[in-house]
Design a protein around this ligand. Structure first.
Ligand SMILES: [Zn+2]
Length: 424
C-alpha cells in the first residue's frame, strides 16, 4: 500500500542534513523535507549513537539509547520517555521499511530524554558526549521499574541505586542516594552584582560569594549522605541553559541556585535594603520579582551563543513549561522550607518566597529554587555574606532545609504507597 505521506516524502526536495558531533568526529545524516519539517531515518542515528530500534507491534516502536527508552507509534505525533510525553512536530512514518523521525525529535526531545546529548542551537547540530570527550557522565540512576526504564529524578522508594543496566531486575531499596545539584550563580567574565554601594567596606563580587557558599553547601549536603553535583567549582562562565542540562544529565532530585541580591538604585534608600528571599520558577508576580528576574537572566549576555528558549522556539518553551509544572508545587514547598530555615539564623528580614521566570530554572526538570542569600549592596549584609563562618551557617541552613524537604517528600510517597490514601 502506498500512503500519500510516503509519496510526499519521496517527491520532497533534499533538506539540510543532520550533523552529529562527538568532539572527535562529525557524522552527517540525510534528511528529507516534509510538509511539517525535515524527517530522517532512525537507523541512521547509529552512525554515532548506540541506538536499538525495536518493532513492538504493527505501528509501535521502542528506541533504546543509553538506557533511555523512547516509545512511539507511526502516525501519532508524540513520543513517550518513561512517564513523560513529548509532542512531535510531525508523526513518525515508514519509508521503504525504514522508520522515519522528525528532526525536531532529535533537536528537542533527545537533549531532555536521552543521556549524553545536547542540541547546539547556534551550529544546528547534535552534540554527543562519549566516554572520551564527556565532562558530564551518563546518569547513574537509570533503573528498571516494572518494565519501564525511568530516569530517577526524584526520591522514590521503589527505585534501586546506581543500577544502570536496564536488563538487571529491579532491586527494591528504601534508601537510594539522592542527588542535589548545587549551582553557584555567575562566574568568569560574569561577575554578577558588585557591592556594597557608596564604597563602604571591601568590594565584593557576587560570583565569588556564590561559589564559596555553593562549595560549603555541597560539603554540608555530602556530610548528610547526599550525592552532590556542582554546575561549577571554579571561576568559570557556564551558560544559563547548560546549568539546567548538567542537572538533567546528572538526574538530580533537586536544583539549588545560589545568588546575591542587589538593590534597585532608584529606590529611596538602596543601600539600606537587606534580607533574603527564595524564588521558584513561574511568571514574575511583582515589580520587585521582575527586577530580580531581569538581573539574574542578564547573565545570558556573556554567553557566546545564547539560546532563546522562550522566543525563537515556542515549542521548546512549552515543553519546558509542561515539565516544570509537575514540579511547581514541590519547588514552592522547597522554597518555603528554605526561607523558614534561613529565617532562624539570618540577621536580615525574610523577604519571602517569590516567583519569577529564571532561565537557569527553566531547563532543570526537577524541583528547583534560586536563593538570594542577602543584599551585596548593603554594607552590613555584604560583610555578613563574605564571612566564612557566616557562609558555613548559611550553607547549613539551606542543607537542613533540603534534607527536610526530601524527608517530607519520602513520607508522603511512602504514606500513599502504604495504603494511607491520598495525602490531600
Ligand atoms: Zn545573581
Amino acid at each position: 500500500m502506498i500512503w500519500p505521506a510516503f509519496i510526499a516524502l519521496q517527491l520532497a526536495a533534499a533538506a539540510p542534513p543532520l550533523t552529529m558531533s562527538d568532539g572527535q568526529r562529525s557524522v552527517r545524516v540525510a534528511t528529507v523535507a516534509s510538509a511539517k519539517g525535515p524527517m530522517l531515518r532512525a537507523d541512521a542515528l547509529a552512525a554515532m549513537i548506540p541506538i536499538d530500534i525495536r518493532h513492538d507491534s504493527a505501528s509501535s516502536y521502542t528506541l533504546e539509547i543509553w538506557g533511555a527508552r523512547l516509545r512511539l507509534e507511526t502516525g501519532v505525533p508524540m513520543v513517550r520517555a518513561g512517564d513523560d510525553v513529548y509532542p512531535l512536530a510531525s508523526a513518525p512514518t515508514m519509508d521503504h521499511g525504514h522508520l522515519m523521525l522528525p528532526l525536531q525529535m532529535i533537536s528537542e526531545v533527545f537533549p531532555v530524554a536521552v543521556p549524553n546529548t545536547r542540541w547546539d542551537v547556534a551550529a544546528g547540530r547534535l552534540v554527543v558526549f562519549n566516554a572520551a570527550s564527556s565532562a558530564v557522565t551518563v546518569p547513574r540512576a537509570i533503573v528498571q521499574n516494572g518494565g519501564e526504564v525511568v530516569r530517577a529524578r526524584r526520591p522514590n522508594y521503589d527505585r534501586s541505586p546506581s543500577v544502570d543496566d536496564g536488563r538487571l531486575p529491579p532491586v527494591p531499596t528504601k534508601h537510594y542516594r539522592r542527588t542535589i545539584i548545587v549551582d553557584a550563580g555567575h562566574g568568569g567574565v560574569d561577575n554578577g552584582m558588585t557591592g556594597p554601594l557608596n564604597g563602604s567596606g571591601p568590594k565584593i563580587y557576587e560570583k565569588d560569594i556564590t561559589l564559596a557558599v555553593a562549595k560549603r553547601l555541597g560539603a554540608q549536603l555530602s556530610a548528610r549522605g547526599v550525592d552532590v553535583v556542582y554546575t561549577r567549582t571554579a571561576d568559570t562562565l557556564i551558560a544559563l541553559d547548560d546549568r539546567g542540562r548538567i542537572a538533567n544529565r546528572a538526574s538530580g532530585d533537586l536544583f539549588i541556585s545560589i545568588h546575591v541580591n542587589a538593590a534597585n538604585p532608584n529606590w529611596k534608600d538602596p543601600g539600606g535594603a537587606r534580607g533574603f528571599e527564595t524564588y521558584f520558577l513561574s511568571e514574575a508576580r511583582t515589580e520587585d520579582a521582575r527586577r530580580v528576574e531581569q538581573m539574574e537572566n542578564a547573565a545570558v549576555r556573556f554567553e557566546d551563543t545564547p539560546t532563546k528558549i522562550d522566543r525563537d522556539d515556542p515549542l521548546s518553551f512549552i515543553l519546558s513549561d509542561m515539565r516544570q509544572n509537575e514540579h511547581l508545587r514541590e519547588s514552592s514547598e522547597l522554597a518555603d522550607i528554605i526561607q523558614q530555615s534561613l529565617g532562624k539564623m539570618h540577621p536580615g528580614p525574610s523577604r519571602g518566597v517569590k516567583q519569577a521566570g529564571f532561565r537557569v530554572l527553566v531547563t532543570a526538570y526537577m524541583p528547583a529554587v534560586l536563593v538570594e542569600i542577602g543584599f551585596g549592596t548593603n554594607a552590613r549584609e555584604a560583610a555578613y555574606i563574605s564571612s566564612p563562618a557566616k557562609q558555613d551557617a548559611l550553607a547549613a541552613a539551606i542543607a537542613d532545609a533540603a534534607m527536610k524537604y526530601v524527608d517530607r517528600y519520602e513520607q508522603r510517597v511512602s504514606g500513599v504507597r502504604a495504603g494511607a490514601g491520598p495525602s490531600r
